[in-house]
Design a protein around this ligand. Structure first.
Ligand code: ATP
Ligand code: MG
Length: 297
């Protein structure tokens, strides 16, 4: 029960702090209304994220400066559910910084970043964003070299955070199926016992993509996946990414134009932290602004 003194204190406080036209009776009536939910109890919701048209990632009006230099400048980018999007642009265009912002590593100065209508990524930290279904692959593979391919995938399963878990846990048949499905996707089904350190560079990259897939991400961010790969490995990587599209949204940053062409998806060109052009590879190649800043032709 609320004491009389506390009640009086409440009445005095709100009389002093509320705008004059709101009487105390109205204020308390408002508090006890049952037909409304207080704004702080409502889940976040952004109607501008057009999920009806399949939009998954919404980046709008995003800018970030480092020591006065605008690395990202009023960036707008929208990725659909299941889409495979290539991002190209000259060195320093802001591609990696954009991924840093989406994954919570860098906070923008302005703008909005949402995953679906309900997840405001700017209110979440890196771990929360990863748990919400955004997986990121950095350029250098970071597999556990001393463990087998299978163990690497097992460790990446949601909920398994340390190698000790490998020895304690018994996998359910569903979990084993998940691992086998991913092994097949990344083309390492006959290598599952092999120590990851003995894989080729390309195979390590695929294993790392497989490790991200174990967490069933909705959006995968992949930074320069084919750097250092042989042509054969590159072809295999474009097949892999194409096979993942549809079930996942994928954003690939890549400098290798043959590779981007082989994926033949929508291409976004970043320049000075801003979208310079967006479209099919053919349109991008024919765009004089793109030729000027990027292709140097
Ligand atoms: N933490 C930081 N502090 C200061 N400057 C930064 C920081 N991160 C990025 N920058 C600057 O922001 C700009 C964009 O860099 P970013 O790494 O995003 O480019 P990029 O498009 O990924 O280039 P690349 O193709 O070379 O990988 C660069 O000029 C870079 O020097
Ligand atoms: Mg980069």
């Amino acid at each position: 029960m609320m004491s009389k003194a506390l009640w009086n204190e409440g009445v005095r406080y709100q009389a002093e702090h509320l705008p004059e036209q709101t009487g105390s009776a109205e204020f308390f009536a408002d508090l006890t209304r049952r037909d409304q939910v207080f704004s702080f109890l409502k889940p976040p919701f952004n109607p501008k994220v057009d999920v009806k048209s399949g939009m998954l990632l919404y980046v709008e009006g995003v800018s970030v400066s480092f020591d006065g230099f605008k690395a990202i400048n009023d960036l707008n980018l929208y990725i659909k559910e299941g889409e495979l999007r290539c991002i190209i642009g000259p060195n320093g265009a802001g591609k990696t910084t954009m991924m840093d912002i989406i994954t919570g590593k860098t906070r923008p100065d302005t703008g909005e970043v949402w995953l679906g209508q309900q997840l405001n990524l700017l209110n979440m930290d890196e771990a929360q964003i990863a748990n919400a279904g955004i997986g990121r692959k950095f350029q250098k593979p970071t597999v556990f070299e001393a463990l087998s391919v299978w163990e690497n995938l097992e460790l990446s399963m949601s909920g398994k955070k340390d190698t000790w878990a490998l020895f304690r846990a018994v996998l359910s048949s569903e979990q084993k199926c998940d691992i086998m499905r991913v092994l097949e996707l990344i083309g390492l089904e006959t290598h599952y016992r092999m120590q990851a350190g003995r894989l080729s560079h390309g195979q390590k990259q695929w294993l790392e993509i497989g490790m991200l897939l174990m967490q069933k991400p909705r959006l995968l961010l992949v930074d320069e996946p084919v750097a250092g790969m042989t042509h054969q490995e590159m072809d295999r990587t474009s097949e892999l990414l194409l096979s993942l599209a549809g079930n996942h949204s994928i954003m690939v940053v890549e400098h290798d134009m043959d590779f981007v062409r082989s994926i033949a998806s929508t291409v976004t060109v970043l320049h000075q932290g801003h979208v310079l052009a967006e479209g099919k590879m053919k349109e991008i190649q024919d765009d004089p602004r793109v030729r000027e800043v990027y292709l140097g032709q």
